[in-house]
Design a protein around this ligand. Structure first.
Ligand SMILES: [Zn+2]
Length: 62
């Protein structure tokens, strides 16, 4: 199973955040274009996404 397929399974969406979202201000407008603040929109789900992405690249140890 590919990484993107896992993410879709986890979040139920094909919409993935841009890499810039990992350093984005929580008070900035969300990257998805909803017009809401990032912290009120995709912030929580993106945290899970980037955590999973980091784990993807580091399978051993822990
Ligand atoms: Zn959003």
């Amino acid at each position: 199973m590919s990484f993107s397929a896992i993410i879709r399974k986890m979040f139920g969406s094909s919409m993935t955040p841009p890499d810039s979202a990992s350093t984005m201000s929580r008070n900035a407008e969300c990257w998805c274009g909803s017009g809401k603040k990032y912290k009120q929109c995709h912030y929580e789900s993106d945290r899970g996404y980037f955590t999973a992405k980091q784990n993807e690249g580091c399978q051993s140890g822990g």
